[in-house]
Ligand binder design. Structure first.
Ligand SMILES: [Zn+2]
Length: 62
């Protein structure tokens, strides 16, 4: 299990896999970061996943 901080605020999400954490973040993004969901382009998505993966790799297993 790893805990990742939201890329747009300080909220934290935990899960066994990167996909599980991303699924947990999605409703949060829809609620708290609607403008990100609504305005992100393909390049922005790539950057989001790249940053997410960096954080996932850096996070300690709990
Ligand atoms: Zn957030």
């Amino acid at each position: 299990m790893k805990t990742i901080t939201c890329l747009h605020c300080e909220e934290q999400f935990s899960g066994e896999t990167p996909e599980a954490v991303q699924m947990a973040m999605l409703p949060h993004y829809k609620e708290a970061h609607k403008e990100v969901i609504n305005t992100v382009n393909e390049e922005g998505k790539k950057e989001w996943f790249a940053e997410f993966n960096r954080r996932w790799e850096a996070a300690a297993e709990e």
